[in-house]
Ligand binder design. Sequence first.
Ligand code: RIB
Length: 294
Amino acid sequence: MVKIVVVGSSSMDLVVTSPRRPEAGETIIGTSFKTVPGGKGANQAVAAARLGAEVTLIGCVGDDHYGSLIVDNLQKNGVSTDFVKPVTGVESGTAHITLADGNNSIIVVKGANDFITPDYVEKALESIKKADVVLIQQEIPEETVEYVTDVCASNEVKLVLNPAPARKINPEVISKATFLTPNEHEYQVLFDGKERSEMLAALPNKLIITEGEHGVRYHNGTEEVVIPSYKVDVVDTTGAGDTFNAAFAVALAERKSITESLRFANCAASLSVTKFGAQGGMPTREEVERVVAK
Ligand code: RIB
């Protein structure tokens, strides 16, 4: 079994479905409300575990009811929570999601996720060093992303840095990360809207831009390549990026080539959007393999 370590957020997603988004100052009637586990770190950990990896999440929850539910859910999905600690007197992270017009908009309140500091992560250093691949995102402090990037680079551990949500990243971190996986919006923030082909060629086999239904794009050192996505009936795109990153990490850990890993990841991500909730549609290994085999 390959070993994946995820350093990242866990949250409770509070999801409202509505025919449209309200204007400022307006009240409208929604269709439904659901509370489901989420957070980019926890989502990636669950997705990787369903795909057959041995997964450890390094994270923090609040000492509230949501915190217990988040930990229970991780354990039910086979994710090790040895390094997921409750922070006293602090609320768990929450994500306030509106599903409307076939798309989502999300406000994240980080809560306990802000306590995933370099000192906290240091306690799990041995697990990081033994990982086949480490996954990290940006719902946690910036200095933690920098610290984990340094640790992975100096121990030759592959790091997939998923720069979501978007914020500027120190160029040294970009150069040390093995892979950087922005979506189109995150790409614009990271590279100030610089011409995409220029950046892909400057960061071959590292920069992977996800373009939703259009697939993913990277430069293989010789030419720019697009790996197309799979066509499916979309129910909820929340967590598709997380499934993509997790599946990519699992495939890389299994020593598949970048192209093969991206195909596997595209397939997993496309299956994930066919059900409600960030984790609701995350596929098992068998489900992905069935589709890839077709
Ligand atoms: O990537 C999807 C996730 O982003 C949601 O589960 C929500 O928690 C937000 O953090």
